[in-house]
Design a binder for this molecule. Structure first.
Ligand SMILES: C[S@@+](CC[C@H](N)C(=O)[O-])C[C@H]1O[C@@H](n2cnc3c(N)ncnc32)[C@H](O)[C@@H]1O
Length: 233
């Protein structure tokens, strides 16, 4: 599917009075980002803006990027309802250029083919200010055969390993395949999501192998590294 037909598909999907996704933020966004100090953030593939609105409500200065004008209009209405100021930008996730480095980039269920996916992840990493974080939630590739819902094609799904590779040398905070309970008419089902959170620790140019985090030197093995990786894919 080329970009135009993909964009048309999403615009049609969002052309309803109801919100296609919850108005509330994704559960992993809430779980892992609640304690981050607010700063500047980009929501790449923001859709109808639920996660951007949640971040803005916690004090983040958010730029919500999506190629669906219809999704962004709904996001703008959601933000207005909450009296929140968010910058909504209509752009392709693989070519968008931010005007400045940011403290947080979130990518939540952005479905792209392999080339687009790797491009978006690598670019997201390059947009981080020192100390900045990339947070990714996506349909895990194992969901296609073992989980509920999500896209039927493994080609647009993520894996923890591929996501970490694309994020390069960032310090891993979370890397796991997470179970998400989906309530259906026939009972609860389990969806499998890739969840990755990785940060760029501040590294002064003069440091010889040492890292500096909040002014404290730590060793290169990374005392501050927390990796709860349980890759089941
Ligand atoms: C499954 S929705 C997720 C939306 C939002 N992140 C959320 O969690 O509610 C995927 C979003 O990615 C957007 N998208 C897909 N391909 C894109 C691209 N190449 N550039 C920008 N946005 C894209 C779609 O328009 C859609 O809003």
């Amino acid at each position: 599917m080329n970009d135009t037909s993909a964009r048309d598909k999403w615009n049609r999907r969002y052309s309803t009075d109801d919100y296609v996704w919850n108005r509330g933020a994704n559960q992993f966004v809430e779980t892992y980002l609640a304690d981050l100090e607010p700063g500047s953030a980009i929501d790449l593939g923001a859709g109808e803006g639920r996660n951007a609105v949640w971040l803005a409500g916690r004090g983040w200065r958010v730029t919500a990027v999506d190629f669906s004008s219809v999704g962004l209009e709904k996001g703008a209405r959601l933000a207005a309802d909450e009296e929140l100021d968010i910058s909504f930008v209509e752009a392709d996730a693989t070519t968008y250029e931010p005007v400045e480095l940011v403290d947080l980039v979130i990518i939540v269920y952005l479905q792209l083919d392999e080339e687009g996916r790797l491009t978006a992840l690598r670019r997201a990493r390059s947009w981080l200010a020192p100390g900045g974080t990339v947070f990714v939630v996506a349909h895990d590739r194992s969901n296609v055969t073992r989980g509920y819902g999500g896209p039927p094609s493994p080609d647009v799904c993520y894996t923890v390993d591929e996501t970490l590779d694309a994020l390069g040398d960032l310090d891993v905070v979370v890397a796991r395949v997470a179970e998400r309970i989906v309530t259906t008419e026939t009972g609860d089902r389990i969806a499998l999501d890739t969840v990755v959170m990785a940060s760029r620790l501040a590294r002064p140019a003069s440091a010889e192998g040492g890292l500096v985090l909040n002014g404290d030197a730590v060793d290169d093995e990374g005392d501050h590294r927390t990796d709860d990786r349980t890759d089941e894919s």
